[in-house]
Write a protein that binds this ligand. Structure first.
Ligand code: ATP
Ligand code: FE
Length: 356
């Protein structure tokens, strides 16, 4: 079974070919990602109209490159999978239209995929993780705990009530004049900092649930920065490092504690061989990763994090999620629509008809 996947829900245009092998494993035959960072850098964030136009221009090239790199032609494919949401609507429409065009021209079946399901199923592609498992999705746009039981069977245990952690890292970098994306630059600064010099809040830890909040960290940071500037006229290199370190420690602490709670809920239901998987760009953070590994080791749970290239947005995860949906008989028609909002614990687009 060989599937072409397309992804265009945010600021990466991507196409990939993934094959299900006879032994049940899956192989990424190619994964092409065209980032749009340069196009948006002057605006301090992703501009939806620019993104949609760039996706429409780049998708054809991505598809050709993905087929060439995998050394296959359209005739070798069994289906085409595409991100049908959630995301920036213009981009999602570009991808869905491109996939429909390929399906119409070749007669290949079309499979709509939820972008978050793509992230959530990645540990099965990369590490052969078996159902069920606990998933922590931490990216620039999302933060949630999911129990993953099947390609269309997700239970959300909780998530952020405001910013996503990646967004908080990006805003922190902006406030301190560090380069974007903020995650890697804040992490680099934090390595030389003292996490105890500035005390950041640990939001929502007084609540027993698995919900998180990160917007207060940015407000706290802004206040601390302004106070330092008022007192000394500016930030030294060390001040910046200490602020980054304190901020990162707060994010790691909050994620650790909430992961401990999510794991407790998950293990009450699935006591045997628990697995915790993490995906999304923030999973690249070494301090956060180490903290989560400790929590899992304490609870006797296995910890998995896919390689970074498959943690951030890519089309291999969409092709793979497409394979899993295809295998359970899911097919979408030419009425597959792009859905800007699409919570994971709701049904597939096929089951929802035109997907409203
Ligand atoms: P989504 O996938 O939710 O639509 P996205 O495409 O912005 O959002 P990803 O590509 O998964 O998300 O990840 C990008 C985010 O990860 C950025 O916010 C970036 O700052 C953050 N990030 C990357 N590396 C690190 C790191 N080492 N530490 C912390 N955050 C990081
Ligand atoms: Fe994503």
């Amino acid at each position: 079974l060989t599937i072409l996947g397309l992804e265009s829900s945010c600021d990466d245009t991507a196409a990939a070919v993934v094959r299900r092998e006879m032994d049940g494993s899956a192989t990424v035959m190619s994964s092409i990602v065209f980032g749009q960072t340069d196009l948006h850098s002057a605006y301090g964030g992703v501009v939806p109209e620019i993104a949609a136009r760039a996706h429409a221009e780049k998708l054809d090239h991505c598809v050709r490159d993905a087929l060439d790199a995998a050394e296959v032609t359209l005739a070798d494919l069994d289906a085409v999978a595409v991100t049908a949401g959630p995301g920036l609507i213009g981009g999602v429409i570009s991808g869905v239209m491109c996939a429909k065009g390929i399906a119409a021209a070749t007669g290949l079946p079309l499979v709509g995929v939820n972008h978050l399901a793509g992230h959530a199923l990645t540990p099965r592609l990369t590490d052969g993780v078996t159902y069920p498992y606990l998933m922590l999705l931490v990216s620039g746009g999302h933060c949630q705990y999911l129990i993953v039981r099947g390609p269309e069977d997700f239970t959300r245990l909780g998530g952020t009530i405001d910013d996503a952690p990646g967004e908080a890292f990006d805003k922190t970098a902006r406030l301190l004049g560090l380069p974007q994306p903020g995650g890697p630059s804040v992490q680099a600064e934090a390595e030389n900092g003292d996490p105890r010099r500035y005390r950041f809040p640990r939001p929502l830890l007084d609540r027993p649930d698995c919900n998180l909040s990160f917007s207060g960290l940015k407000t706290a940071l802004m206040r601390m920065r302004d106070q330092i500037v008022a007192e000394k006229g500016g930030l030294t290199r060390q001040d910046r490092a200490d602020l980054c370190s304190g901020f990162q420690a707060a994010v790691a602490d909050v994620l650790s504690e909430k992961t401990r709670r999510a794991l407790r809920i998950y293990m009450a239901e699935n006591p045997a061989c628990p697995t915790v998987a993490v995906a999304g760009g923030v999973a690249a953070n070494t301090a956060i990763r180490a903290a989560l590994e400790t929590i899992c080791a304490e609870a006797g749970a296995e910890f998995t994090a896919p390689p970074l290239a498959l943690c951030t947005d890519n089309a291999a995860m969409i092709a793979y999620a497409g394979i899993e949906r295809f295998e359970i008989g899911a097919r979408d028609g030419m009425d597959l629509s792009a859905r800007p909002r699409w919570p994971l614990d709701q049904s597939s687009p096929a089951m929802l008809g035109s997907g409203k």
